[in-house]
Design a protein around this ligand. Sequence first.
Ligand SMILES: Cc1ncc(COP(=O)(O)O)c(C=O)c1O
Length: 445
Amino acid sequence: MIDPAPINEAIRRASPALDAALSDVGRRSIFPPDIPFQAAQARGKRYNATIGQITDGGGQAEVLPALSQTLALPSSEDHNRAMLYSPVEGMPELRQLWREWQRRLGPDKSSTLPTVTAGLTHGLSLVADLFGGPGRAVAIPSPFWGNYRQTFGLRTGARVVSAPAYRGAGYNCEAIAEALAGEPAGEPAVAILNFPSNPGGYSATVDERRRLRTSLLTVADQRPLVVVCDDAYAGLVYEPEVPAESMFWELNGAHENLIPVKVDGGTKEFCFFGGRVGFVTFPFEPESEVAEALESKVKCLVRAAMGSPVATTQMMLVQALRDNDIADQVETVRELLEKRYRVLKAALGQVDRTLLRPLPFNSGCFALIELARELGVDADNVRRQLLDEQDTGVIAIGERFLRLAFCSVRASDLDEIVARLGRGIGELARRGTAQRHRATSRKRE
Ligand SMILES: Cc1ncc(COP(=O)(O)O)c(C=O)c1O
Protein backbone atom coordinates (compact mmCIF):
# COMPACT_ATOMS: atom_id res chain seq x y z
CA MET A 1 0.00 0.00 0.00
CA ILE A 2 1.29 3.45 -0.77
CA ASP A 3 0.95 6.16 1.78
CA PRO A 4 -1.79 8.71 0.98
CA ALA A 5 -0.38 11.15 3.59
CA PRO A 6 1.42 13.40 1.05
CA ILE A 7 -1.68 13.93 -1.10
CA ASN A 8 -3.86 14.39 1.99
CA GLU A 9 -1.36 17.00 3.11
CA ALA A 10 -1.65 18.74 -0.30
CA ILE A 11 -5.43 18.80 0.14
CA ARG A 12 -5.11 20.19 3.66
CA ARG A 13 -2.75 22.92 2.47
CA ALA A 14 -5.20 24.02 -0.22
CA SER A 15 -8.35 23.66 1.87
CA PRO A 16 -8.54 22.53 5.51
CA ALA A 17 -12.33 22.27 5.07
CA LEU A 18 -11.95 19.85 2.17
CA ASP A 19 -9.52 17.79 4.22
CA ALA A 20 -11.96 17.72 7.16
CA ALA A 21 -14.81 16.66 4.85
CA LEU A 22 -12.99 13.58 3.46
CA SER A 23 -14.47 10.25 4.54
CA ASP A 24 -12.24 7.41 5.77
CA VAL A 25 -12.35 5.89 2.28
CA GLY A 26 -11.62 9.29 0.75
CA ARG A 27 -8.66 9.75 3.05
CA ARG A 28 -7.21 6.32 2.25
CA SER A 29 -7.66 6.53 -1.55
CA ILE A 30 -4.65 7.14 -3.73
CA PHE A 31 -4.10 5.95 -7.30
CA PRO A 32 -1.74 2.99 -7.00
CA PRO A 33 1.41 2.92 -9.14
CA ASP A 34 0.41 -0.41 -10.67
CA ILE A 35 -0.57 -1.45 -14.20
CA PRO A 36 -2.49 1.59 -15.55
CA PHE A 37 0.00 3.95 -13.92
CA GLN A 38 3.04 2.15 -15.36
CA ALA A 39 1.34 1.65 -18.74
CA ALA A 40 0.56 5.39 -18.93
CA GLN A 41 4.24 6.13 -18.36
CA ALA A 42 5.19 3.77 -21.20
CA ARG A 43 2.76 5.33 -23.73
CA GLY A 44 4.61 6.23 -26.94
CA LYS A 45 7.70 4.10 -26.21
CA ARG A 46 9.23 2.05 -29.05
CA TYR A 47 8.30 -1.18 -27.28
CA ASN A 48 5.39 -1.17 -24.87
CA ALA A 49 4.96 -4.50 -23.13
CA THR A 50 3.06 -3.15 -20.14
CA ILE A 51 -0.67 -3.57 -20.46
CA GLY A 52 -2.88 -6.60 -21.00
CA GLN A 53 -4.70 -5.36 -24.08
CA ILE A 54 -4.37 -7.23 -27.36
CA THR A 55 -2.84 -5.09 -30.11
CA ASP A 56 -1.14 -5.55 -33.47
CA GLY A 57 2.14 -5.25 -31.56
CA GLY A 58 2.62 -1.63 -32.54
CA GLY A 59 -0.02 0.00 -30.35
CA GLN A 60 -2.97 -0.35 -32.77
CA ALA A 61 -6.07 -2.20 -31.64
CA GLU A 62 -6.39 -5.77 -32.91
CA VAL A 63 -9.96 -5.39 -34.13
CA LEU A 64 -12.61 -7.90 -35.05
CA PRO A 65 -14.16 -6.59 -38.30
CA ALA A 66 -17.63 -7.55 -37.08
CA LEU A 67 -17.16 -5.13 -34.21
CA SER A 68 -15.16 -2.37 -35.81
CA GLN A 69 -17.58 -1.94 -38.71
CA THR A 70 -20.20 -0.77 -36.21
CA LEU A 71 -18.20 2.39 -35.52
CA ALA A 72 -18.09 5.28 -37.97
CA LEU A 73 -15.16 7.35 -36.73
CA PRO A 74 -13.18 9.71 -38.96
CA SER A 75 -9.65 8.40 -38.41
CA SER A 76 -7.91 5.16 -37.57
CA GLU A 77 -6.45 6.94 -34.56
CA ASP A 78 -9.93 7.70 -33.21
CA HIS A 79 -10.99 4.18 -34.03
CA ASN A 80 -8.06 2.87 -32.10
CA ARG A 81 -8.84 5.01 -29.08
CA ALA A 82 -12.42 3.78 -29.13
CA MET A 83 -11.35 0.14 -29.07
CA LEU A 84 -8.52 0.26 -26.54
CA TYR A 85 -8.57 1.00 -22.81
CA SER A 86 -9.26 4.61 -21.88
CA PRO A 87 -6.97 6.29 -19.35
CA VAL A 88 -8.55 5.81 -15.91
CA GLU A 89 -9.25 9.55 -15.61
CA GLY A 90 -10.83 9.63 -19.08
CA MET A 91 -9.60 10.64 -22.54
CA PRO A 92 -7.57 13.88 -22.45
CA GLU A 93 -9.37 15.39 -25.45
CA LEU A 94 -12.77 14.65 -23.98
CA ARG A 95 -11.82 16.13 -20.62
CA GLN A 96 -10.57 19.28 -22.30
CA LEU A 97 -13.60 19.63 -24.58
CA TRP A 98 -16.07 18.96 -21.78
CA ARG A 99 -14.34 21.56 -19.60
CA GLU A 100 -14.80 24.11 -22.41
CA TRP A 101 -18.45 23.04 -22.77
CA GLN A 102 -19.02 23.48 -19.01
CA ARG A 103 -17.39 26.88 -19.05
CA ARG A 104 -19.26 28.25 -22.07
CA LEU A 105 -21.87 29.78 -19.72
CA GLY A 106 -20.03 29.96 -16.42
CA PRO A 107 -17.99 32.90 -15.16
CA ASP A 108 -14.24 32.62 -15.30
CA LYS A 109 -13.67 30.68 -12.08
CA SER A 110 -11.28 27.81 -11.31
CA SER A 111 -12.32 24.33 -12.31
CA THR A 112 -10.36 21.12 -12.66
CA LEU A 113 -10.26 19.00 -15.77
CA PRO A 114 -13.36 16.87 -15.28
CA THR A 115 -12.73 13.22 -14.42
CA VAL A 116 -14.75 10.81 -16.55
CA THR A 117 -17.27 8.48 -14.89
CA ALA A 118 -19.77 5.89 -16.09
CA GLY A 119 -22.73 8.27 -16.13
CA LEU A 120 -23.80 10.65 -13.37
CA THR A 121 -24.87 7.93 -10.96
CA HIS A 122 -21.31 6.66 -10.89
CA GLY A 123 -20.04 10.23 -10.44
CA LEU A 124 -22.37 10.70 -7.48
CA SER A 125 -21.28 7.41 -5.96
CA LEU A 126 -17.62 8.51 -6.23
CA VAL A 127 -18.45 11.76 -4.47
CA ALA A 128 -20.32 9.73 -1.85
CA ASP A 129 -17.24 7.55 -1.36
CA LEU A 130 -15.05 10.62 -0.93
CA PHE A 131 -17.30 12.64 1.37
CA GLY A 132 -20.02 10.29 2.69
CA GLY A 133 -19.37 7.52 5.19
CA PRO A 134 -21.08 6.29 8.34
CA GLY A 135 -23.14 8.94 10.09
CA ARG A 136 -22.21 11.81 7.73
CA ALA A 137 -25.18 14.16 7.31
CA VAL A 138 -26.26 14.60 3.67
CA ALA A 139 -28.84 17.37 3.36
CA ILE A 140 -31.23 17.16 0.42
CA PRO A 141 -34.32 19.30 -0.17
CA SER A 142 -37.33 17.00 -0.41
CA PRO A 143 -38.83 15.45 -2.52
CA PHE A 144 -35.58 14.38 -4.19
CA TRP A 145 -34.27 11.80 -6.65
CA GLY A 146 -34.54 8.60 -4.60
CA ASN A 147 -31.25 7.13 -5.83
CA TYR A 148 -29.35 9.56 -3.57
CA ARG A 149 -30.40 7.25 -0.74
CA GLN A 150 -28.64 4.35 -2.41
CA THR A 151 -25.53 6.23 -3.54
CA PHE A 152 -24.93 8.03 -0.24
CA GLY A 153 -26.97 6.21 2.42
CA LEU A 154 -26.99 2.55 1.48
CA ARG A 155 -23.49 2.40 0.04
CA THR A 156 -21.55 4.52 2.52
CA GLY A 157 -23.77 4.62 5.62
CA ALA A 158 -24.30 8.38 5.33
CA ARG A 159 -27.42 9.83 6.95
CA VAL A 160 -29.85 11.61 4.63
CA VAL A 161 -31.45 14.61 6.35
CA SER A 162 -34.11 16.62 4.66
CA ALA A 163 -36.41 19.63 4.72
CA PRO A 164 -39.22 20.62 2.34
CA ALA A 165 -38.01 21.97 -1.01
CA TYR A 166 -41.09 24.17 -1.41
CA ARG A 167 -42.65 26.64 0.92
CA GLY A 168 -45.96 28.20 -0.08
CA ALA A 169 -45.85 28.90 -3.79
CA GLY A 170 -42.04 29.04 -4.08
CA TYR A 171 -38.73 27.36 -3.44
CA ASN A 172 -37.52 27.00 0.13
CA CYS A 173 -34.07 28.58 0.02
CA GLU A 174 -33.48 27.58 3.64
CA ALA A 175 -34.16 23.84 3.18
CA ILE A 176 -30.52 22.76 3.49
CA ALA A 177 -29.83 25.06 6.44
CA GLU A 178 -33.00 23.76 8.15
CA ALA A 179 -32.05 20.15 7.50
CA LEU A 180 -28.61 20.69 9.05
CA ALA A 181 -29.74 22.92 11.92
CA GLY A 182 -29.61 20.12 14.50
CA GLU A 183 -26.13 18.87 13.54
CA PRO A 184 -23.27 19.51 15.98
CA ALA A 185 -21.34 22.70 15.12
CA GLY A 186 -18.07 22.04 13.31
CA GLU A 187 -19.19 18.63 12.03
CA PRO A 188 -18.64 18.40 8.24
CA ALA A 189 -21.72 17.84 6.08
CA VAL A 190 -22.71 17.28 2.47
CA ALA A 191 -25.58 19.05 0.68
CA ILE A 192 -27.06 18.21 -2.71
CA LEU A 193 -28.36 20.86 -5.09
CA ASN A 194 -30.13 19.58 -8.16
CA PHE A 195 -31.20 22.28 -10.63
CA PRO A 196 -33.21 21.63 -12.76
CA SER A 197 -34.51 19.11 -10.27
CA ASN A 198 -35.76 15.60 -10.47
CA PRO A 199 -38.57 15.06 -9.56
CA GLY A 200 -39.60 18.72 -9.25
CA GLY A 201 -38.61 20.18 -12.63
CA TYR A 202 -37.62 23.24 -10.63
CA SER A 203 -34.62 25.58 -10.71
CA ALA A 204 -34.05 28.42 -8.28
CA THR A 205 -34.61 31.83 -9.89
CA VAL A 206 -31.99 34.60 -9.80
CA ASP A 207 -33.49 35.99 -6.61
CA GLU A 208 -33.88 32.56 -4.97
CA ARG A 209 -30.29 31.71 -5.85
CA ARG A 210 -29.10 34.82 -4.09
CA ARG A 211 -30.99 33.78 -0.95
CA LEU A 212 -29.89 30.17 -1.27
CA ARG A 213 -26.27 31.22 -1.59
CA THR A 214 -26.54 33.42 1.52
CA SER A 215 -28.14 30.58 3.42
CA LEU A 216 -25.39 28.12 2.38
CA LEU A 217 -22.74 30.63 3.44
CA THR A 218 -24.36 30.75 6.89
CA VAL A 219 -24.13 26.95 7.06
CA ALA A 220 -20.48 27.17 5.98
CA ASP A 221 -19.84 29.59 8.86
CA GLN A 222 -20.57 26.64 11.13
CA ARG A 223 -19.06 23.63 9.35
CA PRO A 224 -17.15 22.35 6.30
CA LEU A 225 -19.81 21.89 3.66
CA VAL A 226 -19.42 19.94 0.42
CA VAL A 227 -22.16 21.07 -1.97
CA VAL A 228 -22.75 18.54 -4.73
CA CYS A 229 -24.21 20.30 -7.77
CA ASP A 230 -26.03 17.51 -9.57
CA ASP A 231 -26.33 19.19 -12.97
CA ALA A 232 -27.88 16.22 -14.79
CA TYR A 233 -30.43 18.49 -16.54
CA ALA A 234 -28.08 21.43 -17.11
CA GLY A 235 -29.32 23.98 -19.62
CA LEU A 236 -32.94 22.81 -19.80
CA VAL A 237 -34.44 26.08 -18.60
CA TYR A 238 -37.52 27.79 -20.01
CA GLU A 239 -38.08 31.01 -18.08
CA PRO A 240 -36.08 34.26 -18.27
CA GLU A 241 -35.66 34.48 -14.48
CA VAL A 242 -33.98 31.06 -14.31
CA PRO A 243 -30.21 31.11 -14.97
CA ALA A 244 -28.95 28.43 -17.34
CA GLU A 245 -25.54 28.10 -15.71
CA SER A 246 -24.80 25.80 -12.79
CA MET A 247 -24.75 27.06 -9.21
CA PHE A 248 -21.32 25.45 -9.04
CA TRP A 249 -19.92 28.69 -10.45
CA GLU A 250 -21.72 30.92 -7.98
CA LEU A 251 -20.55 28.85 -4.99
CA ASN A 252 -17.03 28.46 -6.32
CA GLY A 253 -14.70 30.52 -4.11
CA ALA A 254 -17.61 31.93 -2.08
CA HIS A 255 -16.46 30.68 1.36
CA GLU A 256 -13.37 28.82 2.59
CA ASN A 257 -15.59 26.19 4.23
CA LEU A 258 -17.78 25.59 1.21
CA ILE A 259 -16.58 23.19 -1.49
CA PRO A 260 -18.85 22.86 -4.53
CA VAL A 261 -18.43 19.70 -6.61
CA LYS A 262 -19.98 19.51 -10.07
CA VAL A 263 -21.45 16.24 -11.33
CA ASP A 264 -22.70 16.35 -14.91
CA GLY A 265 -22.53 14.44 -18.16
CA GLY A 266 -23.78 13.54 -21.59
CA THR A 267 -26.79 11.55 -20.37
CA LYS A 268 -29.42 14.29 -20.54
CA GLU A 269 -27.38 17.24 -21.81
CA PHE A 270 -26.61 15.39 -25.05
CA CYS A 271 -29.54 12.92 -24.95
CA PHE A 272 -26.91 10.19 -24.68
CA PHE A 273 -28.66 8.02 -22.10
CA GLY A 274 -27.06 4.75 -23.10
CA GLY A 275 -23.59 6.24 -23.46
CA ARG A 276 -22.88 6.33 -19.73
CA VAL A 277 -20.46 9.22 -19.82
CA GLY A 278 -20.45 11.47 -16.76
CA PHE A 279 -17.94 13.81 -15.12
CA VAL A 280 -16.84 14.97 -11.67
CA THR A 281 -15.30 18.45 -11.44
CA PHE A 282 -13.77 20.29 -8.48
CA PRO A 283 -13.35 24.05 -7.95
CA PHE A 284 -9.55 24.21 -8.38
CA GLU A 285 -7.06 25.07 -11.11
CA PRO A 286 -6.36 22.09 -13.41
CA GLU A 287 -2.74 21.43 -12.57
CA SER A 288 -2.74 22.52 -8.96
CA GLU A 289 -1.48 20.20 -6.23
CA VAL A 290 -4.97 19.83 -4.82
CA ALA A 291 -6.49 19.04 -8.24
CA GLU A 292 -3.91 16.30 -8.72
CA ALA A 293 -4.50 14.92 -5.23
CA LEU A 294 -8.27 14.75 -5.82
CA GLU A 295 -7.77 13.22 -9.25
CA SER A 296 -5.56 10.53 -7.73
CA LYS A 297 -8.31 9.68 -5.24
CA VAL A 298 -11.07 9.60 -7.87
CA LYS A 299 -8.92 7.46 -10.16
CA CYS A 300 -8.24 5.02 -7.34
CA LEU A 301 -11.98 4.61 -6.78
CA VAL A 302 -12.74 4.33 -10.52
CA ARG A 303 -10.03 1.70 -10.88
CA ALA A 304 -11.39 -0.19 -7.87
CA ALA A 305 -14.95 -0.33 -9.16
CA MET A 306 -14.81 -0.44 -12.95
CA GLY A 307 -11.19 -0.53 -14.11
CA SER A 308 -11.47 2.35 -16.53
CA PRO A 309 -14.37 4.22 -18.13
CA VAL A 310 -15.93 3.11 -21.42
CA ALA A 311 -13.79 4.25 -24.36
CA THR A 312 -16.22 3.87 -27.28
CA THR A 313 -18.84 6.24 -25.90
CA GLN A 314 -16.21 8.72 -24.76
CA MET A 315 -15.01 8.77 -28.35
CA MET A 316 -18.57 9.39 -29.57
CA LEU A 317 -18.88 12.32 -27.18
CA VAL A 318 -15.53 13.69 -28.38
CA GLN A 319 -16.88 13.58 -31.93
CA ALA A 320 -20.02 15.44 -30.87
CA LEU A 321 -18.04 18.10 -29.02
CA ARG A 322 -15.75 18.63 -32.03
CA ASP A 323 -18.83 19.40 -34.12
CA ASN A 324 -19.35 23.16 -34.56
CA ASP A 325 -23.08 22.57 -34.63
CA ILE A 326 -23.31 20.89 -31.23
CA ALA A 327 -24.61 23.91 -29.29
CA ASP A 328 -27.38 24.43 -31.88
CA GLN A 329 -28.35 20.78 -31.76
CA VAL A 330 -28.60 20.88 -27.96
CA GLU A 331 -30.65 24.07 -28.26
CA THR A 332 -33.07 22.34 -30.66
CA VAL A 333 -33.79 19.73 -28.00
CA ARG A 334 -34.27 22.44 -25.38
CA GLU A 335 -36.77 24.18 -27.67
CA LEU A 336 -38.66 20.92 -28.19
CA LEU A 337 -38.92 20.44 -24.42
CA GLU A 338 -39.88 24.07 -23.91
CA LYS A 339 -42.89 23.55 -26.20
CA ARG A 340 -43.99 20.55 -24.14
CA TYR A 341 -43.37 22.51 -20.96
CA ARG A 342 -45.64 25.37 -22.09
CA VAL A 343 -48.45 23.02 -23.12
CA LEU A 344 -48.25 21.17 -19.80
CA LYS A 345 -48.11 24.38 -17.82
CA ALA A 346 -51.30 25.59 -19.52
CA ALA A 347 -53.05 22.24 -18.98
CA LEU A 348 -52.07 22.06 -15.31
CA GLY A 349 -53.15 25.66 -14.86
CA GLN A 350 -56.75 24.54 -15.38
CA VAL A 351 -56.96 21.44 -13.22
CA ASP A 352 -59.37 21.02 -10.35
CA ARG A 353 -57.27 21.99 -7.35
CA THR A 354 -59.49 20.12 -4.97
CA LEU A 355 -58.02 16.99 -6.59
CA LEU A 356 -54.42 17.86 -7.40
CA ARG A 357 -51.99 20.69 -6.89
CA PRO A 358 -49.16 21.12 -9.39
CA LEU A 359 -46.02 22.24 -7.55
CA PRO A 360 -44.08 25.12 -9.10
CA PHE A 361 -42.00 23.95 -12.08
CA ASN A 362 -39.96 25.96 -14.55
CA SER A 363 -37.25 23.76 -16.08
CA GLY A 364 -35.91 20.28 -16.78
CA CYS A 365 -38.00 17.28 -17.71
CA PHE A 366 -40.67 16.87 -15.04
CA ALA A 367 -43.67 18.30 -13.29
CA LEU A 368 -44.55 17.22 -9.78
CA ILE A 369 -48.14 16.97 -8.71
CA GLU A 370 -49.27 16.87 -5.12
CA LEU A 371 -52.48 15.04 -4.27
CA ALA A 372 -54.83 17.02 -2.05
CA ARG A 373 -54.38 15.63 1.48
CA GLU A 374 -58.13 15.79 2.23
CA LEU A 375 -58.89 13.28 -0.53
CA GLY A 376 -57.17 10.53 1.40
CA VAL A 377 -55.90 8.87 -1.82
CA ASP A 378 -52.48 7.33 -1.98
CA ALA A 379 -50.09 8.20 -4.85
CA ASP A 380 -49.28 4.59 -5.64
CA ASN A 381 -52.98 3.71 -5.80
CA VAL A 382 -53.47 6.55 -8.27
CA ARG A 383 -50.50 5.32 -10.28
CA ARG A 384 -51.96 1.83 -10.43
CA GLN A 385 -55.43 3.06 -11.30
CA LEU A 386 -53.92 5.12 -14.16
CA LEU A 387 -52.13 2.00 -15.42
CA ASP A 388 -55.18 -0.27 -15.09
CA GLU A 389 -57.98 2.02 -16.19
CA GLN A 390 -56.46 4.99 -18.01
CA ASP A 391 -53.68 3.33 -20.04
CA THR A 392 -51.25 5.88 -18.62
CA GLY A 393 -47.98 5.59 -16.69
CA VAL A 394 -46.60 8.11 -14.21
CA ILE A 395 -44.26 7.75 -11.22
CA ALA A 396 -45.56 7.74 -7.62
CA ILE A 397 -43.28 9.40 -5.08
CA GLY A 398 -44.03 8.90 -1.41
CA GLU A 399 -47.69 8.97 -0.42
CA ARG A 400 -48.77 12.21 -2.03
CA PHE A 401 -46.71 13.00 -5.14
CA LEU A 402 -46.92 12.01 -8.77
CA ARG A 403 -44.16 12.80 -11.26
CA LEU A 404 -45.02 13.43 -14.86
CA ALA A 405 -42.09 13.23 -17.30
CA PHE A 406 -43.10 15.66 -20.06
CA CYS A 407 -39.71 15.06 -21.71
CA SER A 408 -40.97 11.70 -22.93
CA VAL A 409 -44.47 12.66 -24.11
CA ARG A 410 -45.58 14.42 -27.31
CA ALA A 411 -46.88 17.96 -26.74
CA SER A 412 -50.14 16.96 -28.44
CA ASP A 413 -50.73 14.22 -25.84
CA LEU A 414 -50.19 16.29 -22.72
CA ASP A 415 -53.74 17.70 -22.42
CA GLU A 416 -55.13 14.19 -22.57
CA ILE A 417 -52.68 12.90 -19.95
CA VAL A 418 -53.66 15.68 -17.57
CA ALA A 419 -57.35 14.90 -18.19
CA ARG A 420 -56.73 11.21 -17.41
CA LEU A 421 -54.83 12.15 -14.29
CA GLY A 422 -57.81 14.18 -13.09
CA ARG A 423 -60.24 11.37 -13.95
CA GLY A 424 -58.07 8.75 -12.20
CA ILE A 425 -57.71 10.76 -9.03
CA GLY A 426 -61.40 11.76 -9.05
CA GLU A 427 -62.45 8.14 -9.48
CA LEU A 428 -60.32 6.92 -6.57
CA ALA A 429 -61.49 9.76 -4.36
CA ARG A 430 -65.16 8.87 -5.13
CA ARG A 431 -64.53 5.19 -4.37
CA GLY A 432 -62.80 6.14 -1.11
CA THR A 433 -65.71 8.35 -0.08
CA ALA A 434 -68.24 5.64 -0.97
CA GLN A 435 -66.27 3.08 1.05
CA ARG A 436 -66.07 5.41 4.03
CA HIS A 437 -69.87 5.97 3.82
CA ARG A 438 -70.53 2.24 3.74
CA ALA A 439 -68.22 1.67 6.71
CA THR A 440 -69.93 4.44 8.72
CA SER A 441 -73.43 3.13 7.96
CA ARG A 442 -72.35 -0.41 8.92
CA LYS A 443 -71.04 0.95 12.23
CA ARG A 444 -74.37 2.72 12.84
CA GLU A 445 -76.33 -0.47 12.13
C1 LIG B 1 -31.05 14.21 -10.73
C2 LIG B 1 -30.38 13.08 -11.40
N1 LIG B 1 -29.10 12.84 -11.14
C3 LIG B 1 -28.44 11.82 -11.71
C4 LIG B 1 -29.08 10.98 -12.58
C5 LIG B 1 -28.32 9.82 -13.15
O1 LIG B 1 -27.86 10.01 -14.43
P1 LIG B 1 -27.16 8.83 -15.23
O2 LIG B 1 -28.24 8.13 -15.98
O3 LIG B 1 -26.14 9.50 -16.09
O4 LIG B 1 -26.51 7.92 -14.23
C6 LIG B 1 -30.41 11.17 -12.89
C7 LIG B 1 -31.10 10.26 -13.81
O5 LIG B 1 -32.28 10.20 -13.93
C8 LIG B 1 -31.08 12.25 -12.28
O6 LIG B 1 -32.37 12.49 -12.53
